[in-house]
Design a protein around this ligand. Structure first.
Ligand SMILES: Cc1cc2nc3c(=O)[nH]c(=O)nc-3n(C[C@H](O)[C@H](O)[C@H](O)COP(=O)(O)OP(=O)(O)OC[C@H]3O[C@@H](n4cnc5c(N)ncnc54)[C@H](O)[C@@H]3O)c2cc1C
Length: 396
């Protein structure tokens, strides 16, 4: 049976960044990464908005704030070094209602606390940057950028292989057996051993953590994010990235316009409970996945507290007219006939047993292992920094 120093579960951007960082730090070590799909980056990494976030939203001092700020720089440097198409196009955050002006100001102060360069925009200044946007005021964050994270993941993979690391595709981890200093990993491709395991399984990270006997007080709840795309003849409506002021209680909600690196303009995502962890269509249901959520007291505590927002998101999912109304708050000219459905992604969101959503990145130690149990947005931006942080915590 093959024996490795480090085994990583999950070939998304976090698992790949971790394998790359381990290979750099410990060049003599034997590293293997197991991915259940036949290709890398098939889930969150390949189905996101493609934004290189600057870190304005996050609580100062949190991992998200630190890793987004450092991560956006390291991501841009990485793209420059490896010839990956990217663009620092900047973003605007727009207040469309009077009550949002104070929230916008709070966000400005938070951005300053996170040491970002930000500019306040009057309604006129906003119009100069984004002529079709209707706003009372805005903020401009020039350091925000765009990239295709599948291409970044592919570049990480090439580096891992050049470092001598092994990537096993189509290898689903099904069982873990931890004895003494050795973890035996049973996968759909047979068994292997490792001294240490790093769980970067995204939407399945809680299940891998349980297999690894880690003490976790959370479960993953999958939230689907559905996107529309502006028809090519309407792309002129959006120059940069246009975001609403986030509701501080639900910072990950709020559909926005995002220019993708390929030139498309995406509108979305919403956030609806998915009845399948990798359920990219409204009709996708998995009995085990849905039962796990719907029988969880923590989920019902969350749902009870946030019923209104949840219902609004469901309405936006089933009604294109409702989705368009949300977009019209930012760009009143957008019509239903201007957008067509595009891809969807599913967020792996950790929910604590007490019904609270985990906001920050969460890395939990377990026997001979580290488990990345929450790596939501800006996880792709921050991937190089998350990889480095994990390497600091593994045994040599
Ligand atoms: C809709 C949406 C929009 C987003 N927008 C942005 C954005 O603009 N900018 C940004 O920075 N971040 C964004 N994010 C967040 C970002 O995509 C994630 O933080 C990041 O992709 C997480 O990477 P990951 O490697 O942890 O997860 P994933 O990419 O999901 O990878 C996990 C991998 O583990 C594999 N796996 C699972 N179980 C097993 C098993 N048993 N055995 C073997 N392999 C297994 C899966 O197949 C998968 O490939 C967004 C996310 C979503 C969903």
């Amino acid at each position: 049976m093959s024996t490795y120093d480090y085994a990583i579960v999950g070939g998304g951007i976090v698992g790949l960044a971790t394998a790359m960082a381990l290979g750099k730090r410990f060049p003599q070590s034997r590293i293997v990464l197991l991915e259940k799909e036949q290709a890398l980056a098939q889930h969150q990494t390949g189905r996101n908005s493609g934004v290189i976030h600057s870190g304005i939203y996050y609580k100062p001092g949190s991992y998200k704030a630190k890793f987004a700020r450092a991560g956006s720089r390291s991501m841009v440097e990485f793209c420059q070094e490896h010839g990956i198409a990217h663009e620092i196009c900047g973003k605007v955050i727009v207040a469309t209602e009077p009550h949002e002006l104070q929230l916008l100001e709070n966000l400005y102060q938070r951005g300053l606390a996170n040491q970002l360069e930000i500019t306040r925009l009057s309604a006129e200044a906003l119009k100069e940057i984004e002529p079709h946007v209707n706003g009372l005021a805005g903020l401009r964050v020039p350091s925000t950028g765009i990239v295709d994270y599948k291409q970044v993941a592919a570049a990480y993979a090439r580096i891992i292989q050049a470092q001598g690391g092994e990537l096993r595709l189509g290898a689903k981890v099904e069982q873990l057996d931890i004895r003494g200093d050795v973890v035996t990993i049973v996968s759909s491709q047979g068994e292997l051993r490792a001294r240490f395991l790093i769980n970067c399984a995204g939407l399945h990270s809680d299940r891998i953590a349980q297999l690894g006997q880690a003490q976790i007080d959370m479960q993953i709840v999958p939230f689907r994010g559905e996107y529309y795309e502006l028809k090519p003849e309407k792309r002129y409506l959006v120059k940069h990235l246009i975001y609403p002021v986030p509701n501080p209680n639900f910072p990950f909600l709020g559909v926005h316009f995002t220019r993708m690196i390929g030139g498309d303009i995406h509108a979305g995502p919403n956030a609806v409970l998915s009845l399948k962890r990798e359920g990219y269509h409204k009709t996708d249901i998995d009995l085990c996945d849905s039962a796990q959520v719907l029988t969880s007291p923590a989920f019902w505590k969350l749902a009870g507290k946030n019923m209104n927002e949840g219902i609004k998101e469901i309405v936006r999912s089933v009604s294109k007219a409702a989705f368009v109304r949300s977009l019209q708050r930012l760009i009143p000219e957008v019509q239903s006939s201007d957008i067509v459905p595009a891809h969807a992604g599913v967020r792996a969101q950790a929910l604590r047993n007490d019904g609270a959503l985990v906001d920050d990145f969460m890395i939990v130690p377990g026997p001979n292992a580290l488990h990345v149990c929450n790596a939501p947005s800006p996880g792709a931006t921050a991937s190089i920094e998350i990889g480095k942080a994990i390497v600091e915590q593994v045994p040599t």
